[in-house]
Design a protein around this ligand. Structure first.
Ligand SMILES: C[S@@+](CC[C@H](N)C(=O)[O-])C[C@H]1O[C@@H](n2cnc3c(N)ncnc32)[C@H](O)[C@@H]1O
Length: 249
């Protein structure tokens, strides 16, 4: 019963979202978070869990987690390289990329689509003044909202997340995938291809930074979602948020 679990069923959910994310650093705007919340509600009758690729400090995860908690019977897996301060390096043009070493493997990110110098210095570098790792900030967000039982953080990319989860749970399925990791064409295609086999019919796949500034994201969505016969109801919902539903048959 959704109603029993609501903290405050009379306060507009959009106000609750605004309040919850007010102090969480990140890039998902309120209208997008509201759309994400509603998408989770649309999956109430579906089986499977939710996967977010690209969680950063947990801004969108806090809302996906809140919605998952309200509909019940749903876990949220947050997949991210969760970079430490030393994982970042500056490129010759001033922009930034990262190289993350995990269990003997090195993962490059923001190599083709680098992070511009100004947003890096304004929004990213200051976070490391108080925390060595983005995972520490993410964990604080999750504990602040008491979402530990709903949310599992996975440090890695979509490919190794799938290998790991399938090892633990052969029947793994998901009903909603939110893709907001590396914005290069190859990385977005990898994220879609990794998750597609596990997305249940009627489940939703959605993207941040769609049809705004990132050709890699736009082209991956066009090639693998819009031009695919596997999806329906494809739609840009807000300024940079795109959704599509996996066909029922
Ligand atoms: C734009 S941020 C995510 C923002 C977040 N969804 C929010 O609402 O604030 C992108 C995230 O993707 C992560 N990332 C980059 N490349 C990745 C990859 N190949 N696999 C998983 N995560 C990746 C970064 O560490 C970063 O946390």
């Amino acid at each position: 019963m959704i109603i029993d679990k609501m903290n405050d069923i009379k306060t507009p959910i959009i106000s609750q979202i605004e309040e919850r994310v007010a102090n969480i650093p990140g890039w998902s705007p309120i209208d997008q978070l509201y759309s994400l919340f509603n998408l989770v509600y649309l999956t109430t009758e579906l089986e499977g869990d939710i996967v977010e690729i690209g969680s950063w400090c947990g801004r969108s995860s806090a809302i996906l987690g809140m919605a998952a908690q309200l509909i019940g019977n749903t876990k949220l897996f947050c997949v991210d390289l969760f970079p430490n301060k030393d994982d970042w390096y500056q490129n010759q043009d001033g922009s930034y990329s990262m190289k993350v070493s995990l269990a003997g493997n090195t993962y490059d990110a923001y190599e083709k689509q680098t992070v511009w110098q100004e947003p890096f210095e304004r929004d990213i570098a200051p976070l490391y003044n108080q925390h060595n790792s983005i995972l520490d900030i993410f964990n604080l967000t999750i504990s602040q909202y008491k979402l530990e039982e709903i949310v599992t953080a996975y440090r890695g990319n979509s490919n190794n997340f799938i290998s790991s989860i399938i090892n633990q749970n052969e029947g793994f399925k998901c009903k909603l995938v939110f893709i907001d990791g590396d914005h290069s064409y190859d990385a977005v295609c990898q994220d879609i291809r990794s998750m597609e086999p596990y997305l249940v019919p009627g489940g939703w796949i959605c993207f941040d930074d769609a049809f705004s500034y990132y050709d890699g994201v736009n082209n991956a969505i066009t090639d693998l979602i819009i031009n695919s016969s596997n999806y329906e109801l494809a739609q840009q919902m807000t300024r940079k948020f795109f959704i599509a539903r996996k066909k029922l048959v």
